[in-house]
Design a protein around this ligand. Structure first.
Ligand code: MRU
Length: 402
């Protein structure tokens, strides 16, 4: 289908210089792609997930409060860590992967005793609790399997406890490095003046740092390119409107939030040049991609309008086992998310307000709320990985790589 390429009058003003904040800052030695948050005038580096070894606690950004309030929370034991994943204090495939890895280490370190058989029984309980916290993303399973494999090298309980912490930290570091590498590979896709659509949040907050769908954007920005991002609102939980928009604002990237249903219209008017999304599970055998509900719709629309559609992932998002997208466990979430919305009532004197749920739908109606959908490989132009951009059916090249 032919794509008109109309650029509205106001287009140019968006592309006024948006240098990455921190460029030229004397105290900013961090990478320009990392999460640098300005709070009360101070720019600080944060990670979505980290570990306080002294307190044996997982430290998380409380994502349900964003963009209105920025708070860190600590989980005291692995059950609280699993709860934080279920209740979406932490969300996004890579971030829950690292949280699960740290949660496993947290559970391992809390064990008292020296009998290996009892320790392993305990670890199995910890593993299952964290695995069951959310079903669709494969990263938690891959992360915990990697930690367990390394732990098996330890000969005593205490050795395995130490290894668990080191392995979880390694997973978290690898997550950051994968995001950085895929950002470099994907950066050339974003040229000056482009309008890029993204869905949900596959940014800093969905990973330990940097993100996947946003990584090429941050790398293109660091290379001095000017572009504009449309963030799908991403009903029902609005991760695009609340989280991606917050990140892009923090990073000084030109952006606007659009209603989920507006993307087709913008595509038909030639106002979207490229789509980049993340994923919760990519099947290595078939190239099918599970991601936030609505992704499939955008892929169909992009295909109809001849717009390149890319999926950005670290290696922990690849599932080498399943042979069909129909086997991917799709999370069924509470209908309340569809029937209403969460927002914040402003506090007094500029203080953060109270998080509040408002019912929108007809009081006697119920809702169905599948959290994810599956996009087939023929709708995907390429998968941006830490080892380069591949066709979805060529992922087997990555097997065994780190
Ligand atoms: O339900 P969420 O917010 O955890 O869903 C997140 C997404 O669908 C992201 O797009 C996905 O995790 C890919 S980026 C990690």
């Amino acid at each position: 289908m032919q794509r008109p390429n109309r650029r509205p009058q106001w287009f140019r003003t968006w592309f006024e210089p948006n240098p990455p904040p921190g460029l030229g800052d004397s105290n900013s030695s961090r990478s320009l792609q990392e999460m640098n948050v300005t709070l009360r005038g101070q720019r600080q580096h944060h990670r979505t997930v980290s570990f306080d070894a002294l307190a044996n606690a997982v430290v998380l950004i409380e994502q349900r409060l964003l963009p209105h309030d920025f708070r860190l929370v600590k989980t005291r034991d692995y059950r609280e860590t699993a709860e934080a994943i279920t209740t979406m204090i932490v969300r996004g495939a890579g971030a829950i992967g690292a949280t699960a890895a740290y949660g496993l280490a947290q559970g391992a370190r809390a064990f008292r005793g020296s009998r290996l058989d009892r320790f392993e029984k305990h670890i199995e309980t910890v593993y299952q609790t964290l695995k069951d916290a959310r079903p669709t993303a494969v990263d938690p399973v891959n992360a915990m399997n990697a930690v367990r494999e390394e732990m098996s090298m330890g000969e005593t309980v205490s050795e395995r406890q130490d290894i668990a912490f080191a392995a979880a930290s390694r997973f978290a570091e690898e997550d950051v490095e994968h995001c950085r590498a895929l950002g470099e590979h994907g950066a050339s896709l974003i040229q000056d003046g482009m309008r890029v659509l993204t869905h949900c949040n596959a940014g800093w907050l969905a990973f330990v740092d940097i993100g996947t769908a946003t990584a090429p954007m941050y790398a293109a920005q660091a290379a001095g390119r000017k572009f504009h991002v449309y963030c799908d609102e991403t009903r029902p939980r609005c991760q695009g409107a609340s989280l991606t928009a917050w990140e892009l604002a923090q990073q000084g990237i030109s952006h606007q939030i659009i209603a989920d249903s507006a993307a087709g219209f913008l595509m038909s008017r030639g106002e979207i040049d490229l789509v980049i999304v993340g994923s919760d599970r990519v099947l290595g055998k078939t190239g099918e991609v599970a991601n936030k509900i609505g992704t499939y719709t955008k892929a169909v629309l992009a295909h109809r309008h001849g717009i390149p559609f890319y999926v950005a992932i670290p290696l922990s998002t690849i599932d080498w086992e399943l042979g069909s997208g129909l086997e991917i466990p799709i999370e069924d979430r509470s209908g309340d998310e569809v029937l209403g919305a969460w927002g914040v009532i402003p506090g007094k004197g500029g203080k953060p307000g109270k998080r509040t749920y408002v019912r929108i739908a007809n009081p006697t109606s119920t809702a169905r709320n599948p959290g994810f959908d599956v996009t087939p490989p023929e709708l995907i132009t390429g998968i941006i990985t830490p080892h380069g951009i591949l066709k979805p059916k060529a992922l087997s090249k990555l097997r065994g790589k780190r």
